[in-house]
Design a protein around this ligand. Structure first.
Ligand code: PLP
Length: 229
């Protein structure tokens, strides 16, 4: 059996299982296949098995794939934003998960073509104040939220976190639930701010338990990389 097919099937079962366990609606949980460093062929395979949303971290790598794959893929940018690449992100992606500054927001809004629907954006939060991690500190969140709400061509859909992996599941759930509560507060004000992008191959259970509705899964779909080349 094809590996990617098998993996996608397993993943679906895993998500169903945890959705049931934590009383969440299975159909509300969306999977973004993180395809950084994966080949065009692997992406096409996953697509042929029903996967529609893919996430990329590096603009140069992503743009090659986007230009060479003629399929109706929903592309998500999940990497660190560099100012000189913002216009490429604005023009080629449906979602951007990693806004951390007003400057990014302003530039994405500026370069988003009028003919495309607004770019869906998430603010990336650094919840543990981890050094060398992308994301804003919590106390700066509302200021950036209010700024983005004024912009017409980008639409604030929620928040994203990508914490270092810790061992203690309960600790993670406490931390993640805080993010869910913050999101609910935003959603009370703006109905379409409804997305919590949280959870990778190694914390699917904690993410679902905490109310994540967007999982970013790489290895559990495309298999573990044996080396980094
Ligand atoms: C690579 C990556 C993922 C996926 O991680 P896996 O362990 O492969 O599931 C998720 N989010 C971001 C931002 C990533 O860079």
């Amino acid at each position: 059996m094809n590996n990617i097919y098998f993996n996608l099937n397993q993943l679906q079962k895993t998500i169903m299982y945890y959705a049931l366990k934590y009383k969440k609606k299975y159909t509300d949980i969306k999977v973004i296949a993180i395809s950084k460093k994966r080949s065009i062929n692997e992406i096409i395979q996953a697509y042929s098995f029903g996967q529609r949303a893919f996430g990329e971290n590096y603009v140069q790598e992503a743009i090659k794939k986007i230009n060479n794959i003629q399929l109706k893929i929903e592309w998500h940018f999940v990497g660190k934003i560099q100012s000189n690449k913002v216009s490429i992100i604005a023009k080629n992606f449906a979602w951007c998960h990693s806004i951390t500054s007003k400057k990014h927001a302003e530039l994405l809004n500026k370069y988003r073509p009028e003919i495309l629907p607004p770019l869906n954006v998430l603010i990336q939060i650094n919840i543990n104040c981890e050094k060398n991690k992308n994301g804003i500190y919590l106390y700066k969140l509302m200021n950036l939220v209010n700024f983005i709400y004024q912009l017409k061509k980008i639409k604030l859909r929620g928040i994203m976190i990508f914490p270092n992996q810790q061992k203690d599941i309960q600790q993670k759930i406490i931390l993640y639930k805080k993010m869910y509560i913050i999101l609910m507060k935003l959603k009370n004000k703006y109905k379409y701010t409804d997305t919590l992008s949280l959870g990778t191959s190694y914390d699917i259970e904690e993410a679902i338990a905490s109310g994540s509705n967007m999982l970013r899964i790489g290895q559990k779909i495309f298999n573990k990389k044996i080396n980094n080349h």
